[in-house]
Ligand binder design. Structure first.
Ligand code: CMC
Length: 429
């Protein structure tokens, strides 16, 4: 029997359908609420609002579960690679061998940027933030691939997907080279996705960067763990922009801007800055935690807390042990790791964090791994963008293929002045 929820307001009583997801999640469908009662719901930050039904990613924040298309993140982190996981997210199942080969070939064929892009890169000042360059260049891609502005059919979609996933990495590497005053390095078709990215980042015209397999694997894992996270801030942005039927390039460029914020993708930079501040002796770990608990300080313990995870973030768990392996490879001890562990220990034993269910999130350890690989701190959020691209594309595709999707247009509860007459300027006091 179909379940319903009953809402009573004044003398009105209405039945609202209850929708059940495949993992037993329940949601009250309020789409008829305003028509039937004149009321809307108010949910700032959307903490209780389901904006869509989606078959891509499942999260159980209480149990610390994350699955892409049903497959646990732990299995993917151990057995898959970023590109295979990207295909899984976008096309709904693991690719067969021939499908994987075709997609990999497409990525290789599309790694280069149109030569005119050089002029665009030339125009940026040397201290331009790489995330600003990324947003601008994702939009610029739309100028060079106008044939993909209307995406109809699987073939066109796969080609556009390959272009975006391949070129986002080239744009990222070029933004680093440009802002470091280094010559741009062309992609090498012999290299796989991650190794090719590191080649474009770190090779010199006279000396090719050779990527150690452990580094390639660790970065694959970092990207894979960021590949999707259901309706987070940037993905919701992609869907909102996409709901106006804006093209894929414009939609992901908007998502990239949302990712830039320090409460979202920018947190990985903020974590490193926090650890560095403590290392330089500006403040002790103990005092930093104290400050983070003080609401008037405006300080938060960066890399801690999550809107959805109220037990632990499974991605942080995987990255914590991966960071041990990457650092062991270098044979170096990074003092930032000790500081991170100290902060984690302090917070996990402090009732402020325990009571609010604040645990380390993905950003707490990803920065340590990226730093060990040699990726500069101002590129961390760009790395997140490379990782999240398949998720943005998958979510845009899912929405695009829905026949009944409507433009996103939330309501509001108005709290401004009531009817007020215009006063000519000479009469204003
Ligand atoms: N340090 C100190 N207090 C915190 C923190 C923190 N990192 N996070 C949350 N709180 C407190 C907050 O002040 C509030 O306290 P109270 O109930 O007394 O008012 C309570 O915990 C609930 O916080 P909230 O702001 O309502 O939680 P939210 O779900 O709106 O925000 C968050 C989630 C991730 C934005 C937040 O935890 C935060 O700002 N964390 C630090 C930034 C960070 O690491 N962001 C990366 C998120 S994971 C990657 C991604 O998805 O982008």
């Amino acid at each position: 029997m179909a379940r319903t929820a009953t809402l009573t307001y004044g003398d009105k009583k209405i039945e609202l359908p209850v929708i059940e997801g495949s993992e037993g999640e329940l949601g009250i469908d309020i789409s008829q609420l305003r028509d039937k009662t004149g009321l809307i719901t108010l949910d700032p930050g959307f903490g209780n609002t389901g904006s869509c039904a989606s078959a891509i990613t499942f999260i159980d924040g209480e149990k610390g579960i994350l699955r892409y298309r049903g497959i646990p993140i732990e299995q993917l982190a151990e057995k898959s690679r970023f590109i295979e996981t990207a295909w899984l997210l976008i096309f709904g199942r693991l690719p067969k061998k021939n499908e994987m080969t075709r997609f990999s070939d497409r990525l290789t064929d599309n790694a280069h940027l149109h030569e005119s892009f050089r002029h665009h890169f030339e125009g940026f000042p040397v201290d331009a933030p790489p995330m600003a360059i990324m947003s601008a260049m994702l939009n610029t891609l739309a100028c060079f691939h106008t044939e993909f502005l209307e995406l109809e059919g699987d073939e066109a979609f796969e080609e556009a997907t390959a272009r975006l996933i391949s070129k986002v990495r080239t744009i990222a590497a070029y933004s680093y080279r440009k802002t470091s005053g280094l010559p741009l390095v062309y992609p090498d078709p012999k290299l796989k996705y991650v190794a090719n990215f590191l080649h474009m980042m770190f090779s010199e015209p006279y000396k090719q960067y050779i990527c150690p397999p452990e580094i390639e694997r660790a970065l694959n894992m970092v990207l894979l763990l960021h590949a999707d996270h259901e309706q987070n801030c940037s993905t919701s942005t992609v869907r909102i922009v996409g709901s106006s039927k804006a093209n894929l390039f414009a939609s992901v460029a908007a998502g990239n801007s949302a990712l830039w914020g320090p409460l979202h993708g920018g947190a990985n930079v903020a974590v490193l800055e926090m650890l560095e501040k403590i290392r330089r002796g500006g403040i002790s770990a103990e005092n930093y935690v104290k400050l983070a608990k003080d609401k008037n300080s405006g300080v938060r313990l960066m890399g801690f807390g999550h809107r959805v995870y109220k037990h632990f973030d499974p991605r942080a768990k995987i990255l914590k042990s991966a960071s041990d392996q990457v650092l062991a490879l270098h044979g170096a001890k990074d003092p930032l790791v000790d500081i991170a562990r100290r902060l984690e220990d302090l917070a996990l034993n402090d009732s402020y964090f325990v009571d609010r269910k604040l645990y380390p999130n993905v950003d707490f350890y990803s920065g340590i791994i990226m730093k060990a690989i040699g990726i500069p701190v101002n590129m961390f959020t760009v790395m997140f963008a490379i990782g999240r691209m398949p998720g943005w594309i998958a979510q845009w595709k899912e929405q695009h293929n829905e026949h009944e999707s409507r433009i996103a247009r939330p309501r509001q509860v108005y709290t401004g002045p009531t009817l007020t007459d215009y006063i000519p300027i000479e009469q204003r006091t």
